[in-house]
Design a protein around this ligand. Structure first.
Ligand code: SF4
Length: 253
């Protein structure tokens, strides 16, 4: 079972490298995409969880050999180029967990602060919930919105889905508290493919106790890409709700 905090340190040592005052991080792809109505995306390598539905699991389980190191300047440049060529207003880092190698993320954000784009930080929130300093640092960037993606609706589901200590689910919830306390724009998403309606209801009630705004939960479901089906089988997970990637409902894009 993974302790996601100590695992973050192990992953960080492999996926980042310091060069002078800048920190490089591993990425495996830069792309445009239809999510959020169009967003430039840098797919990074390395995560502190091991979700049994992760669409990026091949990169995240081969971190020593996958991807190449990019400086914050190179990452920002690639994102700005894609966004500008395609007329997007949004950029993001996806693929792995962007808060691992936090100094690198802050350096990317520093550079992007000179441009007109909004940045969506897609995170599992583990580190933000573990240490409030993450939320405090993020509060400096007013063009940033944080999407905390909860892995299931409670400790038990979280443990089963992520292979991590079930109690680490509390870090995910705590991330939302920390972000709101530091006035960082954020919302909660949750992987609900494996949850019952009752469990979803209980999660929403819990989120409401933190802040009524969090009741507007973004629902996430598994898309059955062949490599996702492969990991689901390996982990013996059967989604209650899942979508054919060729027929994604417009409400989920
Ligand atoms: S948190 Fe996201 S990137 Fe990390 S293993 Fe889970 S789905 Fe993959």
């Amino acid at each position: 079972m993974i302790d996601p905090i100590s695992f973050s340190n192990v992953v960080e040592k492999i996926v980042t490298v310091k060069e002078g005052k800048f920190v490089k991080r591993k990425y495996y792809r830069f792309r445009g995409g239809r999510w959020y109505g169009g967003i430039a995306t840098a797919d990074t390598v390395g995560c502190n969880l091991s979700c049994g539905f992760c669409w990026s699991w091949k990169a995240n389980t081969s971190i020593a050999t996958y991807g190449e190191y990019y400086s914050p300047k190179e990452v920002a440049k690639r994102l700005v180029e894609i966004a500008s060529n395609r007329n997007y207003g949004l950029v993001r880092i996806s693929g792995g967990e962007p808060t691992i190698g936090f100094e690198h993320l802050l350096q990317v954000l520093d550079i992007l602060s000179s441009y007109k784009y909004n940045f969506i930080l897609e995170t599992n929130g583990i580190l933000i919930g573990y240490d409030k300093k993450y939320a405090k640092e993020l509060s400096k960037y007013k063009f940033l919105h944080v999407r905390v993606s909860l892995k299931g609706t409670n400790e038990e589901e979280f443990g089963k889905l992520t292979n991590a200590e079930p109690s680490a689910f509390r870090f995910q919830i705590n991330a939302l508290k920390n972000l709101l306390e530091e006035n960082v724009s954020c919302h909660a998403a949750a992987m609900l493919s494996f949850s019952s309606e009752e469990e979803k209801f209980k999660l929403v009630e819990e989120l409401k106790k933190i802040d009524e705004k969090l009741a507007d939960l973004e629902e996430e479901y598994v898309f059955l890409y062949p490599h996702v089906v492969e990991i689901l089988k390996k982990r013996n997970l059967s989604p209650r709700i899942a979508y054919d990637p060729n027929k994604i409902p417009s409400t989920l894009v």
